[in-house]
Design a protein around this ligand. Structure first.
Ligand SMILES: [Zn+2]
Length: 64
């Protein structure tokens, strides 16, 4: 199973989703968005995506 780490366009936090999912609901703000519309920051197995999400949400990837 392949996963992606996506950034919510509404609240800007990352979360993991299945690679083959079309839509994803943000666990933080509840927004539902298309994976096509969101920035994907990582792709891979569940562990890699979980780590990418944790890193992103801790601020290391943030550029602003
Ligand atoms: Zn959100």
């Amino acid at each position: 199973m392949k996963y992606v780490a996506v950034v919510c366009p509404k609240c800007g936090r990352a979360s993991g989703a299945r690679f083959d999912a079309k839509r994803h609901q943000c666990p933080y703000c509840g927004a539902v968005f298309q994976l096509n519309d969101a920035s994907i920051i990582a792709m891979g197995n569940a562990k890699a995506v979980r780590e990418a999400v944790a890193r992103y949400n801790s601020g290391e990837f943030r550029q602003l």
